[in-house]
Write a protein that binds this ligand. Structure first.
Ligand code: IVH
Length: 781
């Protein structure tokens, strides 16, 4: 590359990265997967390192944080950073509005309203559009210079967009830790036996207070702007809401929830709306803020001591409370993880009464030193499980004894073991442990998974205890008589009085209803199915993303783990967890059984063509996390070897010939020596060709004997996969649909076809078996 080429490429990479940041943080409309972002960033970093003269302070690479600084310098705020008065009740809000109305001598004044984020107030100084200083609020008059740390926050632009900003613009807002980052941080800390953060706010404070900005960079914070301070050499609009809009145009993130409303009805309506949404927001808020929208009105109202009279914070119920620990117990989850819990004196927190709180794991109990009888602080945020945050040591009784993990599973008696270096203790009973089975089945049947109505905890316990259901797939072989037998045996065991004739009728209706509910659950979506499998780290949003991007269980279950990283928001740890789950033959068997027993996924579709965008061999090699294989090295390899599986049998010296330094070539050869890694490369080759095959170009252009016909596939075919059948039918012009209607031309029914077959019969739609399908394909292809 010539110097001009390098400079052009650097400018292009910076533009792409800044744009990706803006789309993600300001527009909330991400454009590229995280892995691609990292790839562009690495390429930029490599170019800048090779050409240090082209490095600029506002380059996206300059967010990584510099070496430790001795201490933070003091920053005097030109305009003090005030705090807000609080309102806790509707009456207090009405009083506030009345004060404003009296002073302004006007009814129903207009307010700009926003969520009150629970983070830390910061000030950002932009000169000629460039970020020059970031400071904490401190005591309101003087804060600390935390510029280096704030530069690591990707939501904070280093350079403003547009060109019509004031010469000097001080932006004020809240730096906070998003809940996902908080959870991820704590999960990692727990796994590594490190110190967990008590809440996201402490996480944000800790990150900003780091003298080593590289550590801040690893505790990702986000930012919302909610106002301005000093403005010189330019003018802002006349209202707060219009200013927020300007800030947004200049590339600063502003809450998408901010609104303009009037009078106390408007304020209280907003409070309730945000309150309803609180649990679903990706960050903690502790209330909403009401501000008079018009700056002239604000000036008229003025200030009292350290708070404005033109604004107020309306707080939500507290999320932390104190209570007393009554006992400590353990729970065995669906992956065998043994989690200690406290049962405690009931306490009202975050709007509900709680009696149980999680202690996460044994290390956490040891770190907190929670003992029976202790007074503790519990926290409940959103719909997450309440947790113990801290013990109040001065309220401990002298006879309280430290807790230790039991050696045996309280449910199945198997040994409780801990893997080398891991924080989690696991019951070694696997599927012989009734608790693990129960939890897995309970999760599978739950409302947001397969949604089997009426299959409650107790039924699951009995079914698994009596051996009727050993894996989730066994639910689909249950018959009415099994349920009645279970009920009879339970009554016997529990010594219930022998049933009357009436009770017998009730029981049989109950069994029929449950069987019907199980049958209904067979028709499901890919997203629910994936979530229901109970893969570690695969919650609803990950399941949804997988379904959206890959489209088909048959594709997903054969995918090598690095390809999962192609989905935005799926990182290495989650990708590996999915791969690990799919590598277990037992789990593949369960998937086979479920499909064979009539579970039918209605929304299968080809993988997103986006998966292949920007996916070349070099990217794949980088995604594999091979030691020493940087972007540059991966590109050298790709240029020579062309295909990932070509690396498998290549001798080490060929890597040197391809341009790798000897040490890197050795590291790669050592990595390839591992049979598992070599196999993985082979599988990637296969998976890629499958992704290509099943991404056919516009099937509508096909003309063939099945033109204009709509076909539905159901049940399991033995000679070909459903995906193959679909591709081949489409090649003959058919449209393959997910559900049966009057418009369906015919249904192909395999083994154990369920409700779709019934529907076809009901509507009088023609039904083909596999033999007929194969004969037809043989004749027409
Ligand atoms: S306005 C003069 N707006 O709440 C007005 N503050 O108790 C100053 N906060 O220190 C603040 N979200 O840390 C404002 N949308 C919002 C806010 C907000 C959170 C915090 C901020 C401030 C504290 C005031």
């Amino acid at each position: 590359m010539t110097m001009t080429d390098v400079a052009t490429r650097i400018a292009e990479l910076r533009r792409q990265l800044d744009d990706a940041n803006y789309r993600y943080h300001v527009l909330d409309d991400p454009a590229i997967p995280d892995a691609d972002y990292d790839r562009l960033l690495r390429e930029l970093d490599e170019l800048e390192q090779a050409h240090p003269e082209l490095l600029t302070p506002d380059s996206p690479t300059q967010r990584v944080g510099g070496a430790p600084s001795g201490a933070f310098a003091a920053v005097r705020h030109a305009i003090p950073m005030l705090s807000l008065g609080n309102a806790f009740t509707e009456v207090e809000v009405a009083d506030f509005v009345r004060r404003v109305e009296q002073k302004l001598d006007r009814e129903n004044p207009t307010f700009s309203v926003e969520p009150k984020l629970d983070g830390l107030a910061i000030s950002l100084r932009y000169e000629h559009g460039r970020l020059v200083q970031g400071a904490t609020r401190g005591d309101g008059a003087t804060g600390e210079d935390v510029t280096a740390n704030l530069r690591t926050v990707k939501a904070i632009p280093l350079q403003l967009r547009g060109d019509d900003w004031p010469d000097v613009l001080e932006v004020r807002g809240e730096a906070y830790m998003p809940l996902a980052a908080f959870k991820a941080y704590n999960e990692r800390a727990l796994a590594e036996g490190g110190k967990v953060l008590a809440n996201p706010r402490n996480g944000a404070a800790g990150s900003l207070r780091q003298l080593d900005a590289r550590i801040s960079a690893r505790r990702p914070l986000a930012f919302y702007a909610y106002g301005t301070g000093l403005v010189e050499g330019g003018k802002l609009p006349d209202t707060h809401s219009a200013t927020l809009q300007r800030l947004r145009e200049w590339g600063l993130p502003v809450s998408a929830e901010s609104r303009v409303v009037s009078g106390s009805d408007g304020l209280l309506g907003y409070y309730r709306r945000i309150g309803d949404k609180r649990d679903a927001l990706p960050f903690d808020i502790d209330g909403v803020v009401y501000k008079l929208d018009d700056y002239a009105d604000q000036r008229e109202m003025g200030f009292v001591s350290r708070a404005p009279r033109w604004a107020i914070a309306h707080k939500f119920p507290a999320q932390e409370q104190t209570t007393v620990v009554e006992t400590i117990e353990v729970n065995v989850g669906r992956t065998g993880a043994v989690t200690p819990w406290v049962l405690m004196r009931p306490v009202h927190v975050g709007g509900v009464t709680v009696t149980r709180a999680t202690l996460h794991n044994a290390d956490q109990v040891a770190r907190l030193d929670v003992r029976v009888g202790d007074t503790v602080i519990v926290r409940r945020a959103g719909d997450v499980i309440p947790e113990v945050v801290r013990v109040m040591p001065d309220q401990r009784t002298p006879d309280a004894v430290p807790w230790s993990m039991p050696r045996q599973c309280p449910v199945c008696g198997s040994e409780i073991v801990r893997e080398e270096g891991a924080a989690v203790w696991r019951c070694s009973g696997e599927l012989t442990c009734a608790s693990q089975r129960r939890e897995a089945i309970g999760h599978f049947a739950s409302r947001r998974a397969m949604d089997i109505d009426g299959l409650g905890e107790r039924h699951i316990e009995n079914l698994s205890e009596l051996g009727f259901v050993k894996s989730v797939a066994d639910l689909y072989t249950l018959e009415r008589d099994d349920l009645l037998e279970m009920k009879r045996r339970c009554d016997e065991r529990d010594d219930t009085v022998p049933g009357t004739v009436k009770a017998g009728k009730v029981a049989s209706r109950w069994a029929e209803n449950l069987i019907a509910a199980i049958a209904r659950s067979r028709d499901t979506t890919l997203e629910r199915f994936l979530f229901a499998l109970g893969i570690e780290h695969v919650g609803e949003s990950t399941a949804k993303a997988l379904a959206l991007w890959f489209g088909d269980i048959e594709v997903i279950r054969r995918l090598p783990w690095p390809l999962f990283k192609r989905v935005p928001d799926i990182g290495g740890e989650v990708a590996r967890a999915i791969g690990h789950f799919l590598d277990q033959p037992g789990n593949q068997q369960v998937i086979d059984d479920l499909l064979a027993r009539g579970v039918s996924i209605s929304d299968a579709h080809p993988p997103s063509p986006k998966l292949r965008e920007g996916l070349d061999m070099a990217t794949l090699l980088v995604d594999l996390d091979i030691p020493k294989i940087t972007r540059l090295r991966a590109e050298q390899l790709a240029a020579v070897f062309k295909q990932v599986d070509a690396l498998i049998d290549a001798p080490e010296h060929n890597f040197v010939t391809a341009g790798l330094p000897a040490e890197t070539a050795r590291a790669l050869a050592a990595w390839l020596d591992d049979a598992g890694n070599a196999r993985l490369l082979g599988e990637i080759g296969g998976a890629l060709s499958r992704l290509d095959v099943i991404t056919p170009a516009a099937p509508t252009t096909v003309t063939g004997p099945l033109d204009g016909q709509s076909v539905v596939l159901t049940g399991t075919l033995s000679a070909l996969t459903r995906e193959d059948a679909k591709v081949r039918l489409e090649a003959l012009g058919a449209k393959v649909a997910g559900s049966v209607s009057k418009k369906t031309s015919f249904v192909v029914a395999g083994e154990a076809a369920g409700s779709k077959l019934a529907k076809a019969e009901e509507l009088g739609v023609e039904v083909w078996d596999e033999v007929r399908l194969l004969a037809f394909l043989g004749e027409h292809e």
